[in-house]
Design a protein around this ligand. Structure first.
Ligand code: SF4
Ligand code: SF4
Length: 93
């Protein structure tokens, strides 16, 4: 699969930190990591590494992994900003 400029997948704040997605993400890609110092142990997708394979989505028990393209977040100019804001929110926890 060709690498997109950026990944479109993101994890929202309802992540329960189970880690299933991290194991699903292809080994050499390794785009999912636990947010450091997050007291809930949540995970985040690094949009620079994600290859948009979608393998992680069906493994999430709380359905908190999303494809920004399907969510319409890329319409207009707010798509990547929305993802970046979510990741900044997670990183700041
Ligand atoms: S879509 Fe694929 S590459 Fe991106 S975070 Fe999920 S499993 Fe990893
Ligand atoms: S599978 Fe879902 S709930 Fe579990 S760590 Fe990943 S995003 Fe969070």
């Amino acid at each position: 699969m060709a690498k997109a400029d950026k990944g479109y997948f993101y994890i929202d704040q309802t992540c329960i930190g189970c880690g299933a997605c991290e194991h699903a993400c292809p080994g050499k890609v390794d785009a999912i990591a636990r947010v450091e110092d997050d007291f809930l142990g949540r995970f985040v997708v690094d949009e620079q590494d994600c290859i948009n394979c979608g393998v992680c989505i069906p493994l999430c028990p709380v359905l908190c992994i999303h494809d920004a393209r399907a969510d319409g977040l890329l319409e207009g100019s707010g798509g990547y900003r929305a993802i970046a804001e979510l990741q900044a929110w997670a990183a700041a926890r």
